[in-house]
Write a protein that binds this ligand. Sequence first.
Ligand code: HEC
Length: 133
Amino acid sequence: MNRNVIWGLIGGATAIVAGAAALAAPPPGNAVKGKAVFARCAVCHRIDPVVAGGIGPNLAGVYGRPAGQRAGYAYSPAMRAAHIKWDEATLSRFLAGPGKMVPGTKMMATPVTDAQDRADVIAFLKTVGGGAK
Ligand code: HEC
């Protein structure tokens, strides 16, 4: 094996280790960028606590709340029975595949495949408190 091959192997192994670390720890979110990502959600979700309407529930104050609890919104039976508390980990899993995490959910949204986009939009959701419990 010549030196270049050896360095190539070391470089590849380092990349694999870095990739594993990225999987284990979600990237920190940026709320400003997350507001832009939220444009994808705003088709269906209101975020201002006093603005009614939307195909989906108003998401003001959703961070830290149990799933399916916004007063006045007709959730699917699946979401009402999900027993999830919305935090970084659960929101990230849900946004990556709504129907995979909550089979039978009526959230028919395109999954947010990019982990950084998910972290950013979650950081944005955290900044928007208020709304009904
Ligand atoms: C096509 C419409 C649509 C889009 C786009 C959409 N959602 Fe939803 N979302 C829904 C519906 C409908 C529900 C209610 C699901 C149920 O009851 O099963 C929901 C539920 C949720 C919930 C659970 C709320 C609760 O009170 O438990 C969260 C969190 C959520 N959506 C976040 C998002 C985020 C963040 C985005 C953007 C990345 C997004 N959604 C995009 C329609 C949508």
